[in-house]
Design a protein around this ligand. Structure first.
Ligand code: AMP
Length: 223
């Protein structure tokens, strides 16, 4: 199954993508994670992307398309993939169609996590992750059971994303509104778009996504 998760920053795409990866054995392809890894490794791509990301703007389309084009051919994508953070512009959406077609692949569902924008700033600015295992936490909504200790691996070092600050978040939300939200009708017209309430509790959002995917799988076998 090949799925796109769409939604503004802080909508919960990463959390839900990781859950789908665990439950359905399809791989999460997060372009944000790929870029952050390149920044951490100091590669030419990382050096180019860092300033853009720090401003909350979008990295050029050709760079992003190249990254995904190279990634979806890897062995671990054979059972399917969840695109998290890609496509983010109309040009990326049409490049994705072309690369899938070239390889005889298709899209099964595009899931939009709909959220209330004012709540996003608080969601994003409070989030942090375990530096070792990547488990996500939040200052207000999900603190570790023991302060300063990861619930999952016991590590005591946490990281916050450089772009998760109130100023950059506003630019990122604007980029979503202006450049990403306009691609929703493109998928709606093709009958691929499913909207899920991203403001619900995490487990409920997961259940709603599972429901969409099982309906999609049933529809596919009936054809
Ligand atoms: P994310 O982790 O998805 O919130 O992405 C973090 C940042 O990486 C974004 O604010 C952009 O600067 C950059 N980025 C990630 N994915 C894309 C993409 N598909 N197109 C352009 N820029 C991207």
């Amino acid at each position: 199954m090949n799925i796109i998760l769409l939604g503004p920053p802080g909508a919960g795409k990463g959390t839900q993508a990781r859950r789908l990866e665990e439950r359905h054995g399809i791989v999460q392809l997060s372009t944000g994670d790929m870029l952050r890894a390149a920044v951490a490794a100091g590669t030419p791509l990382g050096l180019q992307a860092k300033a853009v990301m720090d401003r909350g703007e979008l990295v050029p389309d050709d760079v992003m398309v190249g990254l995904i084009d190279a990634r979806i051919v890897a062995d671990d994508c054979r059972r399917g993939f969840i695109l998290d953070g890609f496509p983010r512009t109309a040009a990326q959406a049409s490049a994705l169609d072309a690369m899938l077609e070239r390889r005889g692949l298709g899209l099964d569902a595009v899931i939009e996590l709909a959220v209330d924008e004012p709540a996003l700033v608080e969601r994003i600015t409070g989030r942090f992750t375990c530096a070792r295992c990547g488990t996500g936490y939040h200052d207000r909504f999900k603190r570790p059971r023991v302060d300063g200790v990861c619930d999952v691996c016991g590590n005591s070092q946490f990281v916050r994303r450089a772009d998760d600050n109130a100023v950059t978040v506003r630019t990122r939300l604007k980029a979503y509104r202006d450049q990403t939200a306009p691609i929703l009708p493109y998928y709606r017209e093709r009958g691929l778009l499913h909207t899920v309430d991203g403001m619900a509790e995490m487990a409920k959002v997961g259940a709603a996504i599972d429901e969409v995917l099982s309906e999609t799988a049933t529809a596919a076998t009936e054809h």
